[in-house]
Design a protein around this ligand. Structure first.
Ligand code: ATP
Ligand code: MG
Length: 365
């Protein structure tokens, strides 16, 4: 599977700093000049989940393997990008490929760090980016609809569906609204997703604040929070600078540092979790003496498809799943105890896996 979040924003707002912190590397060049990043950097990030360690401790698992999510550090966008300004269409293609957008907004004042617009105004910045994405969508819709004309004349059903969906998106975009406001029927959802419109991707605003504002946020991040609430989008407050520093520390040191800063949890953990929620993802576990491992599924996934995340054969030859809810596993001191307490369920093909389920799949090949 592999879910991907694209880190998007104006140049020099802290995207690469954040990416480096997330991936605990210095892979992406972060520097104080616009368009520092050109090629997208791709990194895998472990999804933090305190439950996994607890399961592993009970089962005395030798290895603990978290589930992962992919982040892509994309080049900075500027006004006119959809018309080829800045790095233009190249990075728009990078955005097309991601499942969701982490939109980094500069909420820190720092005279030494250049702002491409010469002022700090995250709400206006968000509009600049959203406008470019909307223009890019409009352009691609016009092209695609023109390309469908011949098929439509021939009565092609698929083309009709595509054209109908493109027209719906075009109508809202022409009113200056993102395509994600279009309500799509269940039977159209797959085709809608295949259109890969930029403004249909879910957005998480990342308010990048100064170090001293990391705990409480500031006036700028409060403006972003209000905007996000109005749009129905999510937001997190984070200081990419601090996160970068923390990511270089050992775990114990990092915990002390967080406390000193008045932070309960690393901002990155909050960011990753918010991304996970945004994508409607859930986690189930497999637990044994060899390893305790977390796996990612979309909310609403049935047992065979959940098994398929581990291996295609598990899905094909699925028989049943022995399932213990996370709380039952913990409360009964592990698999054996849960079994004796009657908390292990045999679930069939129709079972919808729940977040936290500890699963054991039976299958034949
Ligand atoms: N919270 C913060 N407070 C102060 N300075 C910051 C903060 N976050 C990032 N910076 C600084 O801003 C500058 C730009 O950061 P970075 O290179 O990560 O931006 P970028 O968005 O990736 O830019 P580009 O689009 O050019 O690739 C760096 O000097 C970085 O240290
Ligand atoms: Mg960069």
């Amino acid at each position: 599977m592999g879910f991907k979040m694209g880190i998007v924003g104006l140049p020099n707002v802290g995207k690469s700093t954040l990416f480096n912190a997330l991936t605990r590397t210095a892979a992406a060049q972060a520097a104080n000049f616009p368009f520092c990043t050109i090629e997208p950097n791709v990194g895998e990030v472990a999804v933090p989940d305190a439950r996994l360690e607890k399961l592993a401790a009970i089962a005395r698992s030798k290895q603990v393997i978290p589930t992962r999510m992919t982040f892509v550090d994309i080049a900075g966008l500027v006004k006119g990008a959809s018309k080829g300004e800045g790095l233009g269409n190249q990075f728009l293609a990078n955005i097309r490929e991601v499942d969701a957008i982490a939109h980094v907004l500069r909420c820190f004042e720092d005279g030494d760090v250049t702002h491409v617009e010469g002022r700090v105004d995250p709400v206006a910045d968000a509009e600049v980016i959203e406008t470019e994405l909307m223009l890019a969508d409009l352009e691609s819709i016009e092209k695609r609809r023109a390309g469908l004309v011949r098929k439509l004349k021939g009565g092609d059903k698929e083309a009709q569906q595509q054209d109908r969906l493109l027209a719906a998106a075009q109508a809202v975009l022409e009113e200056g609204r993102p395509a994600r406001v279009v309500s799509v029927d269940a039977e159209d959802r797959k085709a809608w997703k295949m259109l890969q419109l930029l403004t249909t991707k879910p957005v998480l605003y990342v308010c990048n604040v100064a170090e001293e504002d990391a705990a409480e946020g500031n006036a700028q991040s409060a403006r972003v929070a209000a905007m996000a609430a109005e749009q129905g989008n999510a937001h997190v407050v984070i200081s990419a600078r601090i996160e970068e520093e923390i990511s270089q520390l050992e775990d114990a040191e990092a915990a002390m540092f967080l406390e000193e800063m008045g932070l309960h949890e690393a901002g990155l953990d909050r960011l990753i979790k918010a991304g996970y929620d945004l994508l409607h993802l859930e986690t189930y576990f497999t637990v044994g003496p060899k390893e305790a491992r977390a796996w990612t599924i979309r909310t609403g996934t049935a047992a065979p498809q959940a098994a398929g995340v581990i291996h295609g054969d598990f899905e094909k030859g699925f028989i049943r799943a022995e399932t213990i809810a996370y709380e039952d596993f913990i409360a009964n001191g592990g698999e054996q105890g849960a079994k004796e307490a009657g908390k292990m369920r045999a679930e069939g093909k129709g079972y919808v896996v729940k977040d936290g389920d500890v699963m054991h799949f039976l299958f034949n090949t």
